[in-house]
Design a protein around this ligand. Structure first.
Ligand SMILES: Cc1cc2nc3c(=O)[nH]c(=O)nc-3n(C[C@H](O)[C@H](O)[C@H](O)COP(=O)(O)O)c2cc1C
Length: 322
């Protein structure tokens, strides 16, 4: 069976496979463009980089591919408005917004003719986004996904969460594409999600573990060596998150004002308010991305233990589409 395509706004990807946005420089232009060149949907992670750096990566991706490439932004980010403006100015194919919801950004995208995708994890959020102007598509992310998690029960699987949210969106008359995310690795997972009514699937960890991802080789090795991941960290964002095997909390970076200064990356940060609480999330993720895994967090999906190789994106696609 040939895998179906995915329409996002005016653009159509040959295959309904989306590479999830992975911020702090994991999914940049090289990965997003490689995915788009294979017929999937590529996403640049826009959090943790400056508006100028985001602009460079959007432009680089456009040089590398004519396929579908969008940007993922987190609403909790302090630079959210500036980053959104860059996406609009550079005419990206879509913007996927998670970690918080507000109507304004979607209306703004709509006014500029750019599809806005809402990343949600509950039926309550489904009711809200279904009514919001400018939400052109929805990504339903379960507790099996890597990174920050939205579900009330952070252990909820895609197979439990997706049908409930789909039902809510359908009942509210939502018309755009609905994409399932979290814990998918193989063609059989893709087919299972499509059989449940998904228009497409979003994969994160499998693409983070690719040659084209911008993670350090130390971080890639940590993923390959990982036997699994767990929901354990209460990030200073207030969300749960899923990362590989436990790190000692003392190993995670804390703001001391000398070696680590706060750059105010989040609108709300528990660690900024009280330095004794948790850790500096931005520095923890930067450390891993740049090779200091011992003092970093390695976000990963629930099935990271089943992936034992770093492959070129082309090889990953072969396994998913054939
Ligand atoms: C290393 C890593 C970083 C991530 N960063 C983000 C992010 O910045 N924004 C976001 O919305 N989702 C982020 N995610 C979630 C992915 O976009 C994707 O939805 C999720 O990983 C899918 O689950 P899977 O890893 O089991 O395939 C991240 C995931 C990983 C593994």
């Amino acid at each position: 069976m040939t895998l179906k395509g995915l329409q996002i706004g005016k653009k159509r990807a040959r295959y309904c496979i989306v590479q999830g946005g992975m911020s702090i420089r994991i999914s940049l232009a090289p990965l997003a463009a490689a995915v788009a060149n294979e017929g999937g949907v590529g996403t640049i992670g826009g959090m943790g980089i400056s508006p100028a750096e985001l602009q460079i990566h959007i432009r680089e991706a456009k040089v590398r591919t004519s396929g579908v490439v969008g940007v993922n932004l987190m609403y909790v980010g302090s630079l959210f408005d500036q980053l959104l403006d860059v996406c609009i100015r550079e005419r990206v194919d879509f913007v996927a917004i998670g970690a918080g919801f507000a109507r304004g950004p979607f209306q703004k995208l709509h006014a500029h003719g750019i599809p806005g995708l809402a990343i949600i994890s509950s039926t309550k959020a489904a009711r809200i986004v279904a009514q919001a102007q400018g939400v052109s598509g929805v990504i339903v992310e379960s507790g099996q996904a890597g990174g920050h998690l939205g579900p009330k029960d952070p252990e909820v699987s895609t197979w439990e969460l997706f049908p409930e949210v789909l039902q809510e969106l359908s009942a509210a008359g939502f018309k755009g594409p609905i994409i399932a995310a979290g814990g998918m690795l193989h063609r059989a997972d893709v087919e299972r999600a499509l059989a449940m009514g998904a228009d497409g699937v979003q994969l994160g960890t499998r693409f983070a573990m690719s040659e084209e991802s911008s993670a350090s080789w130390e971080m890639k090795k940590a993923w390959v060596d990982a036997t699994g991941s767990q929901v354990e960290w209460w990030s200073p964002t207030g969300y749960a998150s899923r990362a590989i095997v436990p790190h000692m909390d003392t190993d995670l970076p804390r703001i001391d004002g000398v070696t680590i200064r706060c750059n105010g990356c989040l609108k709300i940060c528990m660690h900024r308010e009280n330095h004794n609480l948790s850790h500096c999330i931005s520095r923890a993720l930067i450390n891993s991305q740049s090779g200091d895994v011992k003092h970093g967090l390695v976000f990963a999906g629930a099935r990271v233990g089943e992936i034992n190789d770093i492959l070129p994106v082309r090889e990953i696609f072969k396994t998913l589409i054939s």
